[in-house]
Design a protein around this ligand. Structure first.
Ligand code: NZQ
Ligand code: ZN
Length: 392
């Protein structure tokens, strides 16, 4: 096991009706004026925003609201939030929504006290030194942004989707009421399940072998999310299944399953370019490229793919032919993605991409040929192009 730091400062408040506690939780943070940030309106329609506002009012906390964080949230909205937050003198930000509202809120939280351009943090030109603290009322189990150190934002000019990472971005609290996810469309629920699985798989596919405890946690998490996703296909309002998925979402991206090893993250990097250029749902973009990535790299560590096939996908090991077992595991996960109506190719995402677009995706993903990605296998621009072609 490699040396590691594990830092999860987020207070988790989990269960039915927990959003009623938001006023108290904000008060604990000594906030005097809050910016409530949300997405395209699902939280207004469901009545959640009214309940959140009532809870703040009951504690005598002043607030302003800003909606409009779109999926693959935009930099222009972050700028708008920074301007509003400064004008109103807010000292706390409350994100109410899914990963996009949270990530946009994180961008705003970094930008308010920063004199330069907040995009600097996404270009890694600078690291946030201070921020406005934030809290979350989560409505979609997927990104784990409610506990993670990341914010992923898209700059409209050039359609670049980039992430900024800082422990300052980890929310002070996260309210997780699984019932709030009942209203999600099936596509978003399943896309969320894929994203949750991928956050653990990006950590699991590693050359480090001495990680028995986190391997077992990761395998259990993956099996649980698959079982729960199958239940939710039939019963979207099954509280137990929603609960398992929601808690898995937070644990999948708060660092737990990555302790003691270096992850891979190539699929996330490949997907971020698809999300930036074609505005696809993040989890769906991940399932569209995963199988191609796996077949491209599995020979670098057949044993790890065999372990995944046996312990996660329930494949019977053929000790005489490990590659066969590894490939059967890859196929089994693709079959699972199909079964929950998630795409396993870019064309199934509804994108008919040209050779030129593939070159552009790979060029952007390699940061104009200045970086490689991946841990199981280091991938250069040409490898990225090959994988996008396989995934087409
Ligand atoms: O905008 P509203 O109207 O709220 O509708 C949203 C949106 O259309 C809807 N929705 C959310 N909760 C709902 C609901 N509809 C009905 N009922 C509810 N309870 O679902 C749609 C998708 O929401 P979004 O927030 O975009 O989804 P998600 O949580 O998957 O976030 C995706 C973004 O997060 C980034 C992704 O790249 C993408 O930009 N990620 C952030 C990470 C992080 N910060 O740690 C890590 C991830 O790997 C990921 O990159
Ligand atoms: Zn993700």
């Amino acid at each position: 096991m490699q040396t590691f730091q594990y830092f999860t400062p987020t207070k988790v408040v989990f269960g039915k009706g927990t959003e009623e506690q938001v006023g108290e939780l904000v008060k604990e943070q000594n906030a005097t004026k809050v910016l409530i940030h949300y997405g395209g309106g699902s939280v207004r329609k469901s009545g959640l925003l009214d309940r959140v506002e009532a809870s703040l009012q009951a504690e005598g906390i002043r607030y302003v609201t800003l909606g409009g964080a779109v999926p693959n949230p935009r930099l222009s909205k972050v700028y708008e939030g920074i301007k509003l937050g400064r004008k109103e003198g807010v000292d706390f930000i409350l994100a109410v929504g899914g990963g996009s509202a949270i990530d946009s809120a994180k961008g705003i939280s970094y930008g308010i006290p920063y004199e330069g351009d907040v995009w600097d943090f996404y270009l890694k030109k600078s690291l946030p030194q201070i921020n406005i603290p934030l809290g979350v009322v989560l409505t979609m189990a997927a990104t784990g942004s409610e506990m993670s150190d990341s914010s992923v934002v898209t700059k409209e000019e050039g359609w670049l989707k980039r992430s900024a990472k800082s422990d300052l971005g980890r929310p002070k609290f996260a309210i997780l009421n699984p019932e709030l996810t009942y209203t999600l469309p099936e596509y978003q629920t399943m896309s969320g399940c894929v994203d949750i699985m991928m956050h653990t798989m990006e950590r699991y596919f590693s050359h480090e072998t001495d990680t028995k405890l986190v391997d077992a946690m990761a395998e259990g998490l993956l099996r649980t999310v698959m079982q729960s996703a199958r239940v939710l296909l039939e019963e979207p309002c099954n509280y137990e299944a929603r609960s398992e998925v929601m808690w898995a979402g937070s644990l999948s991206h708060n660092g737990l399953t990555g302790c003691g090893r270096k992850g891979d993250w190539a699929c996330h990097q490949l997907e971020h370019e698809l999300g930036g250029m074609f505005d696809v749902a993040h989890g769906a973009g991940l399932s569209a490229v995963w199988g191609s990535w796996a077949r491209y790299v599995y020979k670098e560590n057949v044993a790890r793919f065999v372990k995944f096939a046996v312990n996660v996908m329930g494949i019977t090991e053929n000790a005489e032919a490990p590659e066969e077992t590894a490939l059967a595991g890859i196929k089994a996960l693709e079959d699972f993605f199909r079964s929950i109506r998630m795409p396993v190719s870019i064309s199934q995402l509804g994108q008919d991409i040209s050779e030129e677009q593939i070159r552009e995706l790979a060029y952007k993903c390699s940061f104009q040929e200045t970086r490689t990605i991946g841990g199981i296998k280091s991938l250069n621009r040409q490898d990225m192009e090959n994988i996008y072609k396989m995934a087409r």
